[in-house]
Design a protein around this ligand. Structure first.
Ligand code: BDR
Ligand code: CA
Length: 310
């Protein structure tokens, strides 16, 4: 089993990513770490607990992490995710409790304890916890197997400013630390996730499962997609974060290129932009595999099959 830590700011799409991981026997979710992002930390940590309970997995360890970005004030996205971050389904208040340890300490301790090259980090929100762990204990960098993250955008542009994607924009300084860390990185940018649309037919497949998880997923996605549908007239919204987990299960669903990614932290106009050297026009080191294409039907087939196991 592949050991993963999911670092997340749920978020409807984060929630579906967590469900996909918990429904997949190939993955051992050693912990879930919450970070401030879509909504403030007190809500993202609670939402992570709610999703574990929905999946029937109150045994999963959930840790609370950074309450704000490293340098900049927190920017949230209630206009997309609703006031709770998880608007849509009517999920009960969680009865399971957060772990006492801080998320950053948990990440450091886990990576230092496990065999080198066996722990994969899956960030689905701003990179604050991951950057703090790398700064707190630099010896984790060569021990991490891989960081597979949702963030950034290149040909597609940004979704929070014309040039910046939300997760990178919220904590660009943390993203800069992560992209300079030397850890192998796989990036799922907007260029991929905007092709993974929750069309009416795909959402219907979740509802048709007739299970608690299927109904909750359909309700999450019905709420989440209304933002893009109203604003851009698309059939469905982009299912960003589950792409990270799908990559671990079936990497052949994605196509990309190994290249350099540098994060803009200096200009207010382009703050948080991921500058991707797709054409190799600089001699900057290749520090990430940036995905650009997805087999969207294959992705939703995998998702439906795995959520059906919960
Ligand atoms: C990212 O921002 C959040 O709103 C989503 O959960 C996703 O992680 C997309 O830009
Ligand atoms: Ca997220």
């Amino acid at each position: 089993k592949r050991k993963i830590i999911i670092d997340t700011d749920p978020g409807q799409d984060d929630a579906v990513a967590i469900l996909l991981a918990l429904g997949s026997p190939e993955l051992d979710v050693v912990g879930i770490t919450a970070v401030a992002g879509n909504v403030p930390l007190r809500l993202t940590e609670k939402n992570a607990l709610k999703i574990c309970e929905l999946a029937g997995r109150p045994d999963i360890k959930v840790f609370s992490g950074a309450i704000r970005p490293l340098v900049r004030p927190l920017v949230t996205a209630e206009h997309v995710h609703g006031k709770t971050g998880l608007d849509g389904p009517d999920l009960p208040e969680p009865t399971m409790k957060l772990q006492g340890q801080h998320a950053v300490d948990f990440i450091v301790e886990t990576v230092m304890r496990e065999e080198p090259g066996t722990v994969t980090l899956c960030p689905l929100g701003p990179l604050t916890n991951i950057a703090l762990a790398l700064v707190r204990e630099p010896r984790i960098a060569p021990r991490i197997k891989e960081i597979v993250l949702m963030g950034g955008g290149f040909f597609e542009g940004g979704n929070v400013t014309p040039t910046a994607e939300f997760n990178i924009y919220v904590d660009p300084h943390a993203a800069d630390v992560v992209f300079r860390s030397g850890v192998p990185i796989v990036v799922m940018p907007l260029d991929v996730t905007h092709k993974a649309l929750t069309t009416a037919k795909r959402v219907e497949a979740f509802r048709k499962m007739g299970t608690k998880v299927g109904n909750a997923t359909a309700a999450l996605l019905d709420f989440f997609e209304r933002f893009d549908e109203e604003k851009y007239g698309t059939d469905g919204g982009p299912l960003h974060d589950p792409c990270v987990i799908a990559y671990l299960l079936k990497p052949a669903l994605f196509k990309g290129r190994h290249c350099n990614v540098t994060v803009e932290t200096g200009s207010e106009l382009t703050m948080g932009m991921t500058v991707i050297d797709w054409w190799g026009v600089t001699d900057r080191p290749k520090n990430a595999t940036v995905m650009r294409d997805i087999d969207a039907d294959g992705f939703f087939a995998l998702l439906t099959e795995r959520l059906g196991r919960l």
